[in-house]
Design a protein around this ligand. Structure first.
Ligand code: HPA
Ligand code: ZN
Length: 346
């Protein structure tokens, strides 16, 4: 495809219009302050902030942990199946407007079961939203169950076993929460069991943690994608390996900015990753907390990095389909939609 005829000026419009898949979104991170307060009121849950404005003002993070403390407090308002459904429907409605055609969505069951919410309440509510998204919005989706890495592997194993009653509702497992001091190797057995069950495997690695954590995720957890992974560039051998094996990185630029992984977007290494032959994608991570949904991430990072143009926009959207866990026919169909969108801009 000839990308030369697409001017820089039209990039934001192209980025917003192109179909894309989102592969790194924590559904609890899509909970907007207004919905947090509405659910708190409905469910009689006390919050530490007096108003929506006060909560938003607290979103001044210094690192991953400072964010996670508020993120878990926000999730405490979720009690009923309908709450989980409402949260996920709000996300789907928002991203349908961003031309997200497919989403693979993380959820953190331990954040809820620890408060006495049943596993079935969480999964059934989210699954109901996924079905509605397909029917009402034409957006396909799948759920990925994440283990909280600051907790023990025994707790992760118990969580997996608890979730197996709802096996048909999720396609894989992931690893999130506090990265430093919680290496992937801690979860070797639970990921092996998930693999035997035919579940896909992904893990957050190389966001705040070192390249060695990415290597462990590949070697010991046998992951198919790395979430974040931006610190891979500190190991040229690892970059080579990720490129050779076609391991996708689900990169989240505004998250990296807000959690100070990079001081400013202009310092972000997305262009470097792509030009090293890595299968990078652009995602929102926790859009309600980091100041933007997936299109905001695309527009902001393309504005900050002059090395990114229409060819990279195409590559990023194409990578999002290639790296997704849908079948080959669905990948072809989404790629055809992408080609049609680009054809309209040439
Ligand atoms: N990193 C780790 N854990 C998370 C994140 C993240 O960016 N978002 C939600 N849980
Ligand atoms: Zn994440």
């Amino acid at each position: 495809m000839d990308f030369g005829t697409i001017s820089r000026q039209r990039l934001p419009e192209l980025l917003r219009a192109m179909p894309k898949a989102e592969l790194h979104i924590h559904i609890e991170g899509s909970l907007e302050p207004e919905l947090i307060f509405a659910l708190a009121r409905k469910n009689g849950v006390a919050l530490a902030w007096p108003s929506v404005e006060a909560l938003r003002a607290a979103y001044a993070f210094t690192d991953l942990q400072s964010f996670l403390d508020i993120y878990y407090a926000g999730a405490s308002v979720l009690l009923h199946e309908s709450d989980f459904e409402a949260m996920a429907m709000a996300y789907f409605c928002r991203v349908a407007a961003d031309h997200v055609v497919h989403a693979e969505i993380f959820f953190d069951p331990q954040t809820h079961t620890a408060r006495g919410v049943a596993m079935g309440t969480v999964i059934r509510g989210l699954a109901r939203a996924c079905e509605r998204a397909k029917r009402e919005l034409g957006v396909t989706s799948a759920l990925i169950l994440c283990f909280l890495r600051h907790l023990s592997e025994e707790e992760a194993i118990a969580t997996l076993h608890d979730a197996l009653s709802y096996r048909e509702h999720f396609i894989g497992v992931g690893l999130d929460s506090s990265e430093r001091g919680h290496p992937p190797e801690k979860f070797t057995r639970v990921f092996a069991e998930a693999g035997k069950l035919g579940l896909h495997r992904v893990a957050h690695a190389g966001e705040e943690g070192p390249p060695a954590y990415i290597e462990q995720a590949l070697e010991l957890l046998h992951v198919e994608r790395i979430d974040h992974g931006v610190r891979c560039v500190e190991s040229p051998a690892l970059v080579k390996r990720l490129a050779a094996e076609g391991i996708a990185l689900t990169v989240c630029p505004l998250s990296n900015l807000k959690l100070r992984v990079f001081d400013k977007l202009a310092d972000h290494n997305l262009a470097e990753l792509l030009h090293a032959g890595l299968k990078a994608t652009v995602n929102s991570d926790d859009p309600a907390y980091f100041g933007g949904y997936v299109n905001d991430n695309f527009v902001a990072i393309f504005e900050a990095l002059p090395q990114l143009g229409a060819a990279e926009a195409y590559a990023l959207a194409r990578n999002s389909f290639d790296a997704s866990f849908v079948d080959a026919a669905a990948k072809r169909s989404m790629t055809a939609q992408l080609d049609a969108a680009f054809a309209r801009f040439r």
